[in-house]
Ligand binder design. Structure first.
Ligand SMILES: *Cc1c(COP(=O)(O)O)cnc(C)c1O
Length: 399
């Protein structure tokens, strides 16, 4: 079957809520993927960082198969022997005290909004239904009604109202704006350490440290959405470590799955999660043994195979290689670890065009907004593979 067969079927039968590149993938191994016609590509998106460990990681695969043969789902009506061990291992790794497992990133965000509101009423003493959560312009936290309601991206929110009240939007990277926006009813500040979907937007150095101080001073819960930046992507296990801080609540997802089985989690260093009582929150699949077993191995291989260190070293190598490319189309290059973006000048005809050209040269990337190309390969990428990528990126950007 050629690719056009699948593309035609998909366009005909599926909702058009995505605009994918026209490549139909069939197999993956490490940083490489193959389409149904046998063409090979270097995956420079890694499923938006859900495949940090590389495609079809053999150790995670073994865990998936073994656990699938033992026990896959109990619901939380009963306990299972993977959940507690997942808690223990993720807490030890991230220095957290409590965990609440969910399935998708958006669910982890929804969970945290419920938890901080409840904490506001029970602990901080905010009057009933007056809790405010502060978020940033150009945020991306997922796709539910509540979450898109506090998005500033028209495409994400337009046509989906009415929205959930209780959110205040401030500029990203501006600690003073946070201080000004806080009122006695503010329960939390929800922010990405680096804005991924906005185009790998890196805040000024020390931003998170200032934010942490302001939150502490005002008894506001600091929630870091590390669903994309977490688990090694930026060259640290969690991006907060670049600023030497610990958030009160941290959201992880994507790479926690090892690319195999959806799982997300809210991690708490403060006792905010303690306010949730039986019956107040849950999910049929949240914390299921298959997800927990996969996640345990997904974080184990990140540590065992030094993927965080590799992300830091290879990120620097990739970034310096990109900065050696002389092209009139490049406006800016930025990145931290293997979280890298190139802004194309507006006159160059849009990032999509370059992603399509890169695909023709065997490199899979995805544009974000009009003029940004993001490079976020699996964290196991080698120097030789980056050299291979750089050659093709240079060709595409200079011809
Ligand atoms: C991907 C992402 C989410 C949403 O995760 P889903 O699993 O797609 O619901 C939330 N926040 C950030 C920062 C993300 O990158």
């Amino acid at each position: 079957m050629d690719q056009q067969y699948y593309i035609k079927l998909e366009e005909e039968l599926g909702a058009h809520n995505y605009n994918p590149l026209d490549v139909v993938l069939h197999r993956g191994e490490g940083v490489w993927v193959w389409d149904v016609e046998g063409n090979k590509y270097l995956d420079c998106l890694a499923a938006y960082s859900a495949v940090n460990q590389g495609h079809c990681h053999p150790e995670i695969m073994r865990t998936l198969i073994e656990q699938a043969q033992n026990l896959t789902l109990t619901s939380r009506a009963f306990r299972n022997d993977q959940l507690a061990l997942f808690y223990q291992e993720i807490c030890k790794l991230t220095n957290s005290h409590k965990v609440l497992p969910m399935n998708s990133g958006a669910e982890a965000v929804e969970t945290v909004i419920k938890a901080v509101r409840k904490w506001g009423y029970k602990v901080k003493g905010v009057p009933q239904d007056q809790a405010e959560v502060i978020v940033c312009e150009n945020n991306f936290h997922g796709r539910t009604i509540t979450i898109v309601g506090f998005s500033t991206d028209e495409g994400s929110r337009s046509g989906f109202g009415p929205f959930t009240p209780g959110f205040k939007i401030i500029p990203f990277g501006n600690a003073g704006a946070l201080e000004e926006a806080i009122t006695p009813n503010t329960v939390a500040f929800l922010v990405e350490p680096i804005q991924g979907e906005a185009g790998v937007i890196i805040p000024p150095a020390g931003y998170l440290r200032e934010v942490k101080t302001i939150c502490e001073k005002n008894n506001v819960v600091l929630v870091l959405d590390e669903i994309q930046t977490g688990l090694g992507r930026t060259g640290k296990l969690l991006a907060e470590q670049h600023d030497g801080i610990e958030a009160d609540l941290t959201l992880i997802g994507k790479a926690l799955s090892g690319g195999y089985y959806p799982i997300s989690a809210v991690l708490s260093s403060k006792e905010v999660l303690g306010v949730l009582r039986p019956g107040e929150h849950g999910s049929t699949f949240g914390g299921n043994p298959l997800a927990c077993a996969v996640a345990r191995t997904a974080i184990k291989v990140i540590v065992d195979e030094n993927m965080v260190e590799n992300s830091a070293a290879m990120g620097e190598y990739f970034l310096s290689g990109l900065s050696n490319i002389k092209s009139p189309h490049i406006k800016e290059i930025r990145g931290k670890g293997l979280f890298i973006a190139i802004d194309i000048v507006p006159e160059a005809g849009g990032a999509r065009r370059y992603c399509e050209k890169l695909m023709a040269h065997g490199l899979l990337c995805k544009e974000t907004h009009e003029n940004t190309i993001r490079f976020a390969p699996p964290l196991i990428i080698t120097k030789e593979e980056i050299d291979w990528a750089l050659e093709r990126i240079e060709t595409v950007l200079t011809t």
